[in-house]
Design a protein around this ligand. Structure first.
Ligand code: IMP
Length: 186
């Protein structure tokens, strides 16, 4: 990290996951996914917006034919607690009946968003639905939700970078760090 960079000023100086670690893990996950889905009709779905960086790197490491689609969901509720109701802001463009769907998410925290999306998409007749998440915060879990592919398990801290935001900022930081509490404590 360039300590003089304005991009990093709100991030704790000790990075949680570096560029190199991300690239290495994404490569491993891509190889594993290609092995697991060999010969299947795979649709990889980016859950907007947080997963876009992970998604675009991951699909280039999956060495097999596949299609992509996008979905955007937001959970209702206040900042401290999501209510469990999920609103679909952008739905898939294509039918997923009979397809093997891999949902790509930035981070699983309470698990509510993905639990809802998995149930909803299953009802549309997908052959299988699995989840790949870059980060997993198991301590935050409120509902049962286990991702099938996990990049990194992290502690219960608020992190930004590599697609993850706070108030829509910091998504373009190329690595992942803990947001300095002064940012949200005002
Ligand atoms: P949940 O698993 O339904 O609680 O929601 C996961 C969503 O909450 C993610 O897709 C992120 O948008 C957001 N989120 C949870 N923890 C963090 C974090 O540490 N940094 C940034 N966004 C987070």
């Amino acid at each position: 990290m360039d300590s003089t960079s304005m991009l990093y000023q709100d991030v704790e100086s000790e990075l949680l996951v570096t560029k190199e670690k991300i690239a290495e893990r994404v490569r491993e996950l891509g190889r594993q996914i290609a092995r697991d889905y060999e010969g299947r009709d795979l649709v990889v779905v980016s859950i907007l917006k947080g997963s876009v960086l992970f998604f675009s790197d991951l699909i280039r490491e999956i060495d097999m034919p596949l299609t992509i689609d996008f979905m955007q969901a937001s959970s209702y509720g206040n900042a401290a607690q999501s209510s469990g109701f999920v609103h679909i802001k952008k739905d898939l463009d294509r039918d997923i009946e009979g397809k093997d769907v891999l949902l790509v998410e930035d981070i699983v925290d309470s698990g509510r968003t993905l639990a809802y999306l998995k149930t909803m998409l299953k009802e549309r007749g997908a052959n299988s639905i699995r989840v790949a998440t870059l980060l997993d915060k198991p301590e935050g879990r409120q509902v049962e939700m286990e991702a099938d592919y996990v990049g990194f398990i992290i502690p219960n801290a608020f992190v930004v970078g590599y697609g993850l935001d706070y108030a829509e900022k910091y998504r373009n930081i190329p690595e992942i760090g803990i947001l300095r509490p002064r940012v949200y404590q005002g």
